[in-house]
Design a protein around this ligand. Structure first.
Ligand SMILES: Cc1cc2nc3c(=O)[nH]c(=O)nc-3n(C[C@H](O)[C@H](O)[C@H](O)COP(=O)(O)OP(=O)(O)OC[C@H]3O[C@@H](n4cnc5c(N)ncnc54)[C@H](O)[C@@H]3O)c2cc1C
Length: 381
């Protein structure tokens, strides 16, 4: 059996590994000259700081099996993501927590007092929020919304929060204690030698052949019994119906002596500051020590044809185009679209790995039961 896997990111690597362990050989293609996809990390030559080349990646999950899976291929070091935010000449802690509230309103409220205070700020005249802005104001009031959500969202998504769906904010985006751990998951950590080394270990199996700087084209599919495709869905069809909208990021890299900002992530919430955040990469490896430092100043904009797609936009226009591509894909055989680009969804790494494990298992089941492997293992709609 000849299997092609398009993309040497974590989707492709996990599928290749699980098939390889069951004796199925695969060729993994990637058009880039490195493995690990958008999780790629490499050391900066001058400072030796481990860089998250396509933006910072923090591993966090509640999925026990996924956590055990990644720990087979890398030693994970403890890491807790803490995010700071600059607004109006002061530095605050995110997600908005009791410290943020007390600092912002110059108060010394207890958790119960803060809860009552926020309830009183929430705009109760908005009973049926129609968009992100209304939803936020109905939950936390205008001041906190304008300080920590409005400008950042505008810069990140390139549109006014009134154009974004209310569903983005499902729960109250505020904590009434001093917990500033950005994630709520049971497991959180960083691979000691970076994600690329972890993905290299996943791909390191005699049944896996990796071909870098090799773009896979639709015409090549007939050479294989099955294709797992983690490239862009619209790209597979040569963008015949138009391009699915993505946001891309520009990173302005700079080095400094010693420390630059003293923390890993500093968000800039004001609309007047053109960048969204500055990340200082040595703080993503807190067990290492480095004399000097490397930072990325991050800017968000609409993805052009030559840019790297980062975040799927998924507004109304994109959804109707997505449906066209999904119909086209459903008419194909012997191919399964996987991963963040193949299914046009934002997926954290742990979800990507969970889905890749499920895809590989389903494929192995189909092989032994003589069933047809679906084009999508998870409905991307
Ligand atoms: C800015 C940013 C920050 C993130 N931070 C986090 C985080 O902190 N924590 C977290 O859990 N997740 C994070 N993620 C999500 C994480 O990046 C994804 O979960 C992960 O990259 C998905 O892996 P993938 O293999 O599906 O896709 P990718 O990593 O995109 O891999 C797809 C690969 O396919 C290749 N390819 C595409 N087309 C072709 C073709 N025609 N031929 C050959 N190769 C092709 C590409 O070159 C790429 O290497 C972040 C994502 C972004 C955008």
């Amino acid at each position: 059996m000849k299997v092609a896997i398009v993309g040497a990111g974590i989707s492709g690597a996990v599928i290749a590994r699980l098939l390889a362990e069951q004796g199925i050989k695969s060729v993994v293609f990637d058009k880039r000259d490195h493995i690990a996809g958008n999780c790629h990390s490499e050391r900066d030559e001058q400072t030796q700081v481990m860089l998250h080349v396509y933006g910072p990646h923090i591993f966090h999950t509640d999925d026990q099996e996924v956590w055990e899976f990644v720990n087979q291929y890398s030693e994970f070091m403890p890491y807790t993501n803490r995010v700071k935010a600059v607004y109006n000449g002061a530095v605050y802690s995110l997600p908005v927590n009791l410290h943020t509230i007390n600092q912002f309103f110059r108060q010394t409220l207890s958790p119960a007092e803060a809860k009552a205070f926020i309830e009183q700020l929430a705009d109760k005249t908005i009973t049926d929020p129609q968009n992100f802005e209304e939803q936020a104001i109905s939950m936390i009031g205008k001041d906190l919304y304008e300080a920590f959500f409005k400008g950042y969202t505008l810069k990140q998504w390139g549109c006014h929060p009134t154009e974004l769906p209310a569903s983005i904010l499902k729960r109250l985006p505020v904590r009434f204690n001093y917990n500033d751990n950005y994630f709520n998951h049971k497991y959180q950590g960083m691979p000691k030698e970076g994600y690329t080394e972890m993905v290299a270990a996943i791909l390191n199996h005699p049944n896996i052949t990796v071909k870098l700087s090799s773009a896979f084209e639709q015409a090549m599919a007939s050479e294989f019994d099955h294709v797992f495709y983690s490239g862009p869905l619209d790209g597979y069809f040569n963008y015949s119906e138009g391009r699915l909208g993505y946001r891309t990021l520009d990173f302005e890299q700079f080095s400094a002596k010693g420390d630059y900002q003293g923390t890993a992530v500093m968000n800039y919430c004001e609309e007047t500051v053109p960048w969204t955040r500055i990340t200082e990469h040595k703080y993503f490896s807190p067990w290492e020590s480095h004399e000097n430092t490397v930072c990325y100043k991050e800017y968000s904009r609409l993805c052009g044809e030559e840019d790297t797609p980062y975040y799927p936009v998924r507004l109304v226009k994109e959804k109707s185009l997505l449906n066209k591509y999904l119909d086209m894909a459903q008419s194909l055989e012997s191919i399964t679209f996987v991963g963040r680009l193949g299914t046009y969804r934002y997926l954290d790494m742990d979800v990507t790995i969970r889905e890749a494990i499920d895809v590989a298992r389903h494929f192995l089941h189909c092989q032994s039961a003589g069933e047809t492997m679906p084009v999508f293992n998870v409905d991307p709609r």
